[in-house]
Design a protein. Structure first.
Length: 161
């Protein structure tokens, strides 16, 4: 589909949420759910550490929220903007609730490589592309404009852990 100026603005919002997560001791992930009219409907950031639950990913929280608060048609026409490509758990949740397009700043492969480079413990789940887990989803990313900052945020986790 291609990345638009509107996409870049919402990705910047997701990266801002990732910065907030890191400042609060959590992993560098933030996500924004935007409806078909371009209105932010739900935002969240990683809360694994602060809430003590490794499943508290913002993409999963978006899926939970959308399942309760949006109709199937609204979910299908929405877009999720996220600082990092969904993990397999979040990809599956996204597909199960029927959310629409995903736009991510950094790929799972990039994030896994950045973590490996600095000796961080690998994720307990495979770094799979969203479409490997949920082949029917529409996905755009990575967006190189955000790579340096996200790498710094991810690598920064290694020095504060």
């Amino acid at each position: 589909m291609g990345i638009t100026d509107e996409d870049l603005a919402f990705l910047e919002r997701a990266v801002t949420l990732a910065r907030e997560a890191v400042a609060d001791g959590d992993g560098a992930f933030g996500s924004v759910l935007v409806d078909a009219a371009g209105v932010e409907r739900f935002v969240d950031r990683n809360r694994e550490t602060t809430l003590g639950d490794e499943t508290r990913h913002p993409e999963f929280e978006i899926a939970r929220w959308a399942a309760v608060n949006l109709t199937g048609a609204e979910r299908a026409s929405a877009t999720v903007y996220t600082s990092g490509e969904h993990c397999p758990m979040c990809s599956a949740a996204h597909a199960w609730v029927g959310l629409g397009r995903i736009v991510y700043a950094a790929s799972a492969a990039q994030i896994a490589e950045w973590r490996r480079e600095v000796g961080m413990t690998p994720s307990p789940v495979a770094a799979l592309a969203i479409t490997t887990v949920a082949p029917g989803l529409v996905v755009d990313g990575p967006v190189e404009r955000f790579a340096d900052e996200l790498r710094t945020l991810i690598v920064g986790e290694a020095t504060t852990s």
